[in-house]
Ligand binder design. Sequence first.
Ligand SMILES: *[C@@H]1O[C@H](CO)[C@@H](O)[C@H](O)[C@H]1NC(C)=O
Ligand SMILES: *[C@@H]1O[C@H](CO)[C@@H](O)[C@H](O)[C@H]1NC(C)=O
Ligand SMILES: *[C@@H]1O[C@H](CO)[C@@H](O)[C@H](O)[C@H]1NC(C)=O
Ligand SMILES: *[C@@H]1O[C@H](CO)[C@@H](O)[C@H](O)[C@H]1NC(C)=O
Ligand SMILES: *[C@@H]1O[C@H](CO)[C@@H](O)[C@H](O)[C@H]1NC(C)=O
Ligand SMILES: *[C@@H]1O[C@H](CO)[C@@H](O)[C@H](O)[C@H]1NC(C)=O
Ligand SMILES: *[C@@H]1O[C@H](CO)[C@@H](O)[C@H](O)[C@H]1NC(C)=O
Length: 474
Amino acid sequence: MDDISGSTSSKNFIEQRRQSIVLDYLIATSTHGLRSVGRAYSTLNRLFWFFSFTVTCGMMFYFVISNILQYCSYPTQTKVDIRLDRRMPFPAVTICNGNPYRYDNINQSLVSYYHRLTSSNLTANQTILNSLLIPLIVDLFTRNQTDELVSIGFQLSDVLLNCDYNGIDCSNAFTVSVSPVMGNCYTFNWKASGTVFTVNDYGETLVARDGLTLWFYIPQELFFPSIWYDNGVLITLHDNDELPVPTETGIFLRPGASHLITYQKSETTFLAAPYSNCTTAVSDDLRDLYASTFLDPIASTEVVYSESLCLELCQQSYIYSQCSCIFPIPFFTRKIFTNDNVLISAKACNIFTGQIACAILARQRLVSNDSLQSKWCSRCASQCKHIDFQTTVSAQDAPSEGDREYWSKIILNPSSNVSVLLPSNIAQNFDYYFDRNYLKVQVSCSSKYTIEYNQEAKLTVIDTFSAIGGQSGL
Ligand SMILES: *[C@@H]1O[C@H](CO)[C@@H](O)[C@H](O)[C@H]1NC(C)=O
Ligand SMILES: *[C@@H]1O[C@H](CO)[C@@H](O)[C@H](O)[C@H]1NC(C)=O
Ligand SMILES: *[C@@H]1O[C@H](CO)[C@@H](O)[C@H](O)[C@H]1NC(C)=O
Ligand SMILES: *[C@@H]1O[C@H](CO)[C@@H](O)[C@H](O)[C@H]1NC(C)=O
Ligand SMILES: *[C@@H]1O[C@H](CO)[C@@H](O)[C@H](O)[C@H]1NC(C)=O
Ligand SMILES: *[C@@H]1O[C@H](CO)[C@@H](O)[C@H](O)[C@H]1NC(C)=O
Ligand SMILES: *[C@@H]1O[C@H](CO)[C@@H](O)[C@H](O)[C@H]1NC(C)=O
């Protein structure tokens, strides 16, 4: 019995000891609530403290967890800056002739294409020849006849009288690119082709207005007759490594006028993952699009990602899956991704078979079906960086009496080396041709301040830790 009672008392002792350990902890702990539970002098008092401790503890955990969740949703904020940029690179300026094809040159190509098509030496009637324009261009591109492709269009030297950038002669600072719709286009200040002029690069001659000035003689008499094209010049301002898309961002300039284009630059930058899904990586199909547009391989080395071009290319992928060919408008390209992300070579659709009708139908189906688009274009993430040039265009009547006098001396001088395409009777009808075909354009920076919009993280890890530290004081 003694043994038993002794063992009971030792059990009680252990239990009491355990209780006292807990009590000691409660009293000694720095947690205010728990100390009050330990010091409680009555059950009611202990219940009160226990209850308030539980509630505040619950609140603390609630706030701590919400802090962590808030951090994990990666909230962002946008910072706006207006920054003076004295070394701002001048934008790339792309010039396309309003009517890209020279009637005299393209006629030869059309005739030989017609002969190849019909495998005969029959002389074709001009209406039929002229209707073969698009098939001819697609055929030349498919057969890699890029020299002929460039030669049927206007060269820059055929139309450019003079080029001046802040007093520097810039007639040779252009990079050629080709597109099926706009033919040969010429880009000034293209990054991959060499040095990029900045707004504070000056030459040694006096200039009235800073920026780029171009003088053109547009030989309208040699234009290919087509309802697609008008008489003038298409100009596009874009970033120095961004593909020019004159069909989307081009500005029409008309002959018989002097134009002024002023721009202000703005830059928008988004944070990459995990803050947003944006990308700067240039995929292989996009790289190939740059390479087949800028014929020179060196000119397509430094290029940037563009979401709109990616969407254009995923449209081509869909068209290829439906019609086994790609639509040759608005870009020339040779490589596309299949839906399994395999890069393949693809041919342009044949205009003379049902392929082109199939391609047009497929394109229509894709753009009108959102679920189809998200399936095929899921790889087209948004751009992390957008560079925009806000332009203002204005024009005055030209040529002035002074222009006419100045240029007639140069153009009509037999020893001068003017390369523009002049009609044979220019000397007799100089004023008529010059008034009709003269075009001047100046591009200048209206403000050296760049507007910058930068996405920034709203919460850092440190913010979150300090917030948690603050909450645990509850
Ligand atoms: C185009 O070539 C054909 C065949 O050589 C010729 O008959 C026609 O006159 C030419 N047209 C032009 C506008 O040069
Ligand atoms: C077309 O003309 C060329 C030279 O003028 C000749 O050699 C060729 O045999 C002719 N082809 C046909 C199909 O008549
Ligand atoms: C060319 O041929 C088409 C059809 O064959 C005909 O309608 C048209 O009148 C012809 N044009 C000329 C200039 O001969
Ligand atoms: C054209 O050139 C590309 C790349 O240089 C090449 O892959 C393709 O096979 C060529 N096509 C023809 C028809 O020569
Ligand atoms: C990124 O893309 C995924 C899947 O498409 C989407 O669930 C997520 O919300 C996107 N994230 C952001 C920040 O847009
Ligand atoms: C969109 O495309 C999907 C997949 O091809 C198809 O199932 C769906 O019916 C289409 N929706 C419409 C509105 O055409
Ligand atoms: C025209 O070009 C020739 C050779 O290309 C050169 O010798 C001559 O000086 C040039 N004339 C002018 C006026 O620039």
